[in-house]
Every structure is written in structure tokens, then in C-alpha cells.
Design a protein around this ligand. Structure first.
Ligand code: BGC
Length: 778
């Protein structure tokens, strides 16, 4: 029976080109038919670019196969190495060598960059959206190109072309981070796209998150700066050992102009006039003499980082299910699935005709239900150039939609004329669920689609309205589910770094959205800001990466220290701003924070929980002093909680489901008797509600677990399988294909909830009740 190694990989990445770590950790998967087999040792070999042995380890006695430390000297920038591993099992048989993993470092130091950021010289009125700039240059290459790499990023989002072809398959790069501290660049192998003689590179820049309008209630423009800019460094190696660089600078060779993209906005959509295209602009020989020069822009190159997680890609396409006329005579396309991305069209018509695509998640009275989008226009416009078939899709926007209203289509619209393109961060799927109940299976599908739509580079609350922000609370409650469904190690590691950066700017307090575009509009509420402690811990549990704990430790401590200072001597977190058990279904539509569980109970419970997690992290990291310090603090906060909110017989001062679920899940009840009594009371409340859910963001992920762990399995199942409103399955019975923001985002009569905050794609309430499977929820 042979043992083989597969899936050799580095850090939390699926590919190994352009890595930012000089000592990347290695993981591998062992395939063996024997259940008894256990790894006892491994050996790693590194080969250089020519395939000669460069380094090798001894046989290392270890059972580790996840994130094993780099065993060789640190790599330098642009270094190319192939590694392979073999392992020994308990019977001392050695496996075959794994396949070679070719890894290549990116630019590890700011001094590796000779490129500078460039921007067009023309003036813009940056109080509004401006046409997208097109930048290009040509260059001559010698014979004998052996390899070429493009290192590239932008202030704004970009699409890059070489000699007539788009480079790579990423969209909306470089994504969204706290740009002024962390700006990611991409590395592309462009060897086969170049040739001897004249070549051309062309890049389009979009407003994206950098300077487009972001935020609700009108939002803000130019959050990170007013001018879009490009940084590109093309490095060419020749077979004779020489090399050459083409970089962005203010040389005359770089030219800029605007073109067909008249407007682009994450929320509002894209307006494209194909008559303004610059045909052949990314090919050599194009006449750009009428284009403008560029100028350089100051930007701290120390902010540049290689990505930790996967890029956003086009993941799949979805064909229309029906095309119909609305009561008012509009053409409506139903894609059968609420999804996130955009629509690609193929059309034949006359020049100057404009097709308008309006997107929405639901219909109301048979028409597009756009009220929930608030100030997001979610509209794409394409003006034809005429003269044959034209295929187009936007580049610098995305929409959350199931339905599209199409106007201006020449002739009859057929299903083959358009399809939806699903976009999200290209994470590896790792978790599935299936059971005998079709409604529960559909709910699971809805959770997966909700996650896909909201993991578009940043973990967002929702993907469709004028919001789409990295709300910490939503992710905090959903992180155990997310990391069950997909490998989110790199994706969330990156987001946590931004969290720490924003926290650093807020004196240890954690802003409610990361990246923080809301300033200090909201305070740091429990369950939201606790993402700082919970998410690193969840990632550690799911992916075994203690380095994430080490990297985040300072942020975790700073957050708990912040609560400690707010709580003071009482050890009760009962003051300051709180969201509470947000969207408890008994709260009125316009008062989502008016929950049945007291906000101070939620906050003080999270104080204990977060402090415990910091103590546990300290223990894992071998930090004995901090372990002791936070353990003591946690017991003081736990005792204070019990004194203030728990009766001697195990009742809670808020006699509501979330209060009991929190106390049970976070182990806040001092005695086994009180714990059981709390579980029994929770059971009574659930029965009293007729097995309808009465929890919001905070209690929902915990309630089934709390019921099961106190012996009330039947109640947990009845709650889970309830179909009447409010319940997990009610939206499924209403035809939902994603998880809704509110238990009743759509009311039983088919009308949209009157609340001004109503999305049909929010993952928070889809945090799967894992308790019944025996898995802990946090
Ligand atoms: C978001 C939520 C978020 C909440 C906090 C909403 O607008 O969509 O999901 O957590 O605000 O107040």
C-alpha cells in the first residue's frame, strides 16, 4: 500500500508565484489507505531554477504537516525555488517524493522598486465621478527573452493588457485594504505575452474603493486620495543573463487618455460608450501622439505588500431562467439565483443605441424592487458602436442581484444574449452539508451563496446597497461557518491585519467596519469589536495557524485592555455605545437595536469571552505572564457578570433567549445547577415562542448549541426546522436563494420589509447552528 503526498502548498495560498514571505511555511496532504498510518518524520528538498539540488533537510522527526517552518535560509526577492517533500510513517516506510512545488518570491523590499506611481496630467473635478484613464507605453525588447514578470498595483482598481491581451484573470485588483498602510501588488508571469521587437502595455484605471463614493447616507468620495495612479514594473530576463526593466515613470513614452468608460462606481455601476474605444491601443504601433503625458505621484512604497489571500475572479456564469414582461411592460431577466457579479451581454445593433441594465435582488408587485438599494444605482449602460456582434461586461463595479431589467435592447432579447458572471475571492471550498430535508439543504445552499457574494476581497455585510462594508460583527458571528465552508485562512489573515491597523489608529478601540470608512461615527460595540479576539481564535482552531494568533496578539490584548478601561473596577461592560442583539425579530423595523436582551448583558458576556480567548492565546503562544493576567481578569469579569445578571437559581436578568444562549455558550453560569436551570429556562422560552426564532445577530449562532449542550435537542431541532416566520427556513419557503438580513426581509404577503435597512444577502443570520452536530459554535 503506497503513501503519497499531494497538495504541497505554502502559507494560506493556493499558488506560489509572487509570495511576500522570505520563509514561507509549507503544508502537505498525505494520502494513505491505512487508518493507522501516522507521519513520524519528513524530509524537504529544494532545487534551484536549473533543477539542481540547492538545499536539503535531514530526516526530521515530526508529525507536523501543516504550516511547517521553512527549513532553509531566508529567500531573497525574486528567488525561484522548487521544493518537494517525502514522509515516513510509523512502519518506517518512506513515501515517494511529492511533486515539485515551484515557488517564487515577489519584491520583498521597497528598494526593489524603481517604478514610481504615475497619473495623467489633466485636471479632474473629483467631486464627481470621472471617465476612466487609459495609460500605455511601447518598448523594444531584444531577442532571447527567457522570462518576464510584471509587478503591478494601483491607487484605484486596474485592468492591465500586454500586446492585445488582458494580463491574468483577476478582477477589481488590487482589491480593498487600508491603502495608506497596506497596498497589495500583484505578480504576473508574462513571459509568453512578450516578444522580440516592439511591445505595448496598456492599463485602465477605475475609481474602485480608492476614490469612488463609499458609505451609506450619501457616503464619501476620495477617501484615500483624489487621483488614480498606476505602479508597474516589468522585469525581463534574457537567456544571455542580462535583464531589463520597463517601469512607470514620467518619461514621454507613457501616454494617457480617457475613453469609453465614462463613469464607474462600485455602487452605481458602469457607463460605457463603445464608440469611444481606442481600437488597438494595447498593441504596438498604435498612434498615441494625441494622448497626454503623465506625472509621478508621491506614495510611500513601504505600504506595498504581496497578497496573503486569493484574488477576486470570475468564478462561474449563470444563464437566465426566464425573460418576461413586467406589469408595466419592462423586460425582466430572472437568473434564478441571487448572486454577486455583473451581466455580460452580446448584442448586434446600430451605433449610438444605449442598453441599460438595472439590477435588483427581488421583485415587488412584479417590478424590480430597488428600494433596498438605497443610494446605489446599480445600473450599467452600454452604448453600441454598431457594425456587428459586440460583447461587453463592466470591469469596475459589481452588483448583488437576481433580476435585471433591460431597456434599449435592439429587437427581441433572447436567453443566449446575456449571462450573469459570478465574482468573488477565489477561495477553496472545504465544507459541505447534506441531509434528508430539502428545505434545510436549500438553507445551506443559501448560506454558501451568501458567503460567496460577501467574500469579495473584504468580508462584507451585504453586496448590493450603498454599504458593502467590512462590518466586524457580521463576520465575527459568521467566521466559524465561513471557515467551515471555505479555506478563508489567507483571506481573513489579510483582513485581520487591516483590523489591527485601523485599531492602531483608534487607540485600541476597534472600528465597526474594516477598512474603516465611517470614522468615529459609531463606538466599539460588543460582538462587533470582539472580532479582534474571536476571528484570530477561530482561524487558529480551523487552520492550526498559531502565527495568526502571534501576529494578532497585540491587537487582541489592546481590544481587551480597551474594554477593561471602559468597564473599570466593576468589571461590567455596561456603558457606552452598543449594537446589542441586533435585529432581534421582536424589534420594530426602524429600531433594529431594540432587542429583548439587555445590551449590557451582551457586552459584559463578550468581555468575559474575549478576555478568555486572549488568555488561551497567550497560553498557546507560551506567554505565561499574559496568560495569568488575562485569566485573572476573565474570572473577575465572570464573577461580576454572575453577581449582576444571574439569580442564584440560574435565571437571567433579561429573561430572553439571547441572554441564556450567551451565558451557556460562554460558560458564564457559576454552578452546574445554574447552568442546567438556564438551559431549561431557554427551552421553556423557545417552546413558549412556538419554536420561532427570537434572537438577533448575537444569539442566533449560539442558541441551538446552548439548547443541545443542556440536553434540549428536540427544541433545537424544532427551532431549526420551523418554517413559519420568523425562522431560518421561512425565507426558504418564500423562495430565497441567499440568507436575508432580517428574518422577514420579505413579508409573508410578498412585500419588502418597510425598514430602510433591508438586504436579501446578509450572511450573519446564516451562521449555522453547529451545536447539534456537537461542534462548538465559537
Ligand atoms: C449592516 C449590518 C451591521 C449593522 C450594524 C448595518 O447597516 O448592514 O449588518 O452589522 O449595520 O449597525
Amino acid at each position: 500500500m503506497t503513501t503519497t503526498i499531494s497538495n504541497l502548498r505554502i502559507e494560506h495560498r493556493q499558488d506560489a508565484l509572487g509570495i511576500g514571505a522570505s520563509q514561507p511555511r509549507l503544508s502537505w496532504t498525505i494520502n494513505t489507505a491505512s487508518r493507522e498510518w501516522k507521519q513520524t518524520a519528513y524530509e524537504i528538498e529544494a532545487l534551484d531554477a536549473n533543477g539542481s539540488l540547492r538545499d536539503q533537510t535531514e530526516k526530521i522527526e515530526s508529525d507536523q504537516s501543516v504550516l511547517v517552518d521553512w527549513p532553509f535560509a531566508p529567500l531573497s526577492s525574486r528567488e525561484r525555488v522548487s521544493v518537494r517533500v517525502r514522509v515516513w510513517g510509523s512502519n518506517d516506510n518512506v513515501s515517494e517524493w511529492s511533486e515539485l512545488l515551484r515557488l517564487e518570491t515577489a519584491l520583498l523590499s521597497e528598494t526593489d522598486w524603481s517604478a514610481e506611481f504615475i497619473t495623467p496630467v489633466w485636471d479632474e473635478d473629483t467631486t464627481k465621478s470621472n471617465p476612466a484613464p487609459y495609460l500605455r507605453r511601447e518598448f523594444q525588447l531584444r531577442t532571447g527573452i527567457s522570462s518576464a514578470r510584471l509587478y503591478i498595483t494601483s491607487l484605484g482598481v486596474y485592468e492591465a493588457h500586454l500586446n492585445g491581451n488582458v494580463i491574468g484573470d483577476q478582477v477589481l485588483a488590487p482589491g480593498w485594504t487600508v491603502y495608506d498602510e497596506r497596498l497589495r501588488y500583484q505578480t504576473f508571469d508574462v513571459t509568453t505575452m512578450l516578444h522580440e521587437g516592439q511591445n505595448a502595455i496598456g492599463i485602465i484605471l477605475g475609481d474602485g474603493w480608492f476614490r469612488g463614493r463609499i458609505g451609506f447616507a450619501g457616503g464619501r468620495r476620495n477617501i484615500y486620495g483624489e487621483h488614480l495612479a498606476l505602479l508597474a514594473q516589468l522585469e525581463i530576463q534574457y537567456a544571455d543573463g542580462t535583464s531589463e526593466r520597463i517601469v512607470t515613470d514620467d518619461a514621454q513614452a507613457w501616454r494617457a487618455v480617457t475613453g469609453p468608460i465614462l463613469m464607474n462606481s462600485i455602487y452605481d455601476g458602469e457607463t460605457y460608450d463603445a464608440r469611444l474605444e481606442h481600437s488597438g491601443w494595447t498593441l504596438p504601433g498604435f498612434n498615441d501622439s494625441a494622448w497626454s503625458p503623465v506625472r509621478t505621484v508621491e506614495w510611500d512604497l513601504e505600504t506595498l505588500e504581496a497578497p496573503l489571500g486569493p484574488p477576486v475572479r470570475r468564478i462561474e456564469t449563470v444563464a437566465p431562467v426566464t425573460i418576461s414582461q413586467s406589469p408595466s411592460g419592462k423586460t425582466l431577466v430572472d437568473f434564478g439565483q441571487n448572486l454577486v457579479g455583473w451581466v455580460s451581454i452580446t448584442v448586434n445593433g446600430s451605433a449610438g443605441q444605449t442598453i441599460t441594465l438595472r439590477h435588483a435582488e427581488v421583485l415587488e408587485n412584479g417590478e424590480l424592487g430597488t428600494r433596498p438599494l438605497r443610494f446605489a444605482e446599480a445600473t450599467d449602460r452600454y452604448t453600441l458602436k454598431g457594425g456587428g456582434m459586440e460583447t461587453w461586461e463592466p470591469r469596475f463595479t459589481f452588483h448583488g442581484f437576481r433580476y435585471v431589467e433591460v431597456t434599449g435592447w435592439p429587437g427581441e432579447l433572447n436567453p443566449d444574449d446575456l449571462h450573469a458572471v459570478v465574482l468573488h475571492s477565489d477561495m477553496e471550498r472545504t465544507g459541505w452539508f447534506d441531509c434528508s430535508d430539502p428545505l434545510l439543504n436549500q438553507f445551506h445552499q443559501n448560506v454558501v451563496w451568501g458567503m460567496r457574494g460577501n467574500f469579495l476581497d473584504v468580508p462584507t455585510d451585504c453586496p448590493q446597497r450603498d454599504e458593502r462594508l467590512g462590518w466586524t460583527g457580521d463576520l465575527q458571528v459568521f467566521s466559524p461557518t465561513a471557515s467551515f465552508l471555505y479555506d478563508v485562512g489567507g483571506f481573513l489573515q489579510s483582513w485581520l491585519r487591516d483590523l489591527a491597523v485601523e485599531q492602531g489608529k483608534s487607540n485600541g478601540s476597534v472600528p465597526p467596519v474594516i477598512p474603516n470608512v465611517l470614522g468615529s461615527a459609531f463606538g466599539a460595540g460588543a460582538a462587533w469589536a470582539d472580532a479582534a479576539t474571536v476571528v484570530p481564535w477561530v482561524l487558529f482552531q480551523r487552520f492550526g495557524d498559531a502565527k495568526i494568533l502571534a501576529d494578532q496578539f497585540e491587537s487582541m490584548c489592546a481590544w481587551v485592555d480597551h474594554i477593561t478601561s471602559v468597564a473599570g473596577e466593576s468589571r461590567l461592560w455596561d456603558k457606552g455605545f452598543q449594537f446589542g442583539d441586533w435585529l432581534d425579530p421582536t424589534a420594530p423595523p426602524d429600531k433594529p437595536a431594540q432587542a429583548r436582551t439587555d445590551k449590557a448583558i451582551v457586552a459584559s458576556a463578550y468581555f468575559v469571552h474575549s478576555t478568555n480567548l486572549v488568555a488561551k492565546a497567550a497560553e498557546i503562544l507560551g506567554r505565561a505572564d499574559e496568560h495569568k493576567q488575562y485569566q485573572t481578569l476573565a474570572s473577575e469579569a465572570r464573577a461580576a457578570f454572575a453577581r449582576e445578571y444571574i439569580t442564584p437559581s440560574g435565571r437571567l436578568m433579561s429573561d430572553a433567549e439571547t441572554a441564556y444562549a450567551l451565558s451557556i455558550a460562554f460558560d458564564l453560569l457559576p454552578t452546574p445547577e445554574q447552568r442546567q436551570r438556564a438551559g431549561d429556562r431557554l427551552n421553556e422560552l423557545v417552546r413558549e415562542s412556538g419554536y420561532h426564532i427570537r434572537t438577533g445577530f448575537v444569539g442566533t449562532p449560539l442558541i441551538c448549541n446552548a439548547l443541545c449542550s443542556t440536553g434540549h435537542f428536540v427544541a433545537a431541532y424544532r427551532l431549526l426546522l420551523q418554517q413559519e416566520c420568523p425562522s431560518w427556513l421561512y425565507p426558504v419557503t418564500m423562495g430565497a436563494t441567499t440568507v436575508w438580513e432580517r428574518w422577514d426581509s420579505m413579508l409573508p404577503d410578498g412585500s419588502i420589509n418597510p425598514g430602510e435597512m433591508t438586504s436579501f444577502n446578509h450572511y450573519a443570520l446564516g451562521a449555522l447552528p453547529t451545536g447539534c452536530t456537537g461542534r462548538s459554535a465559537v
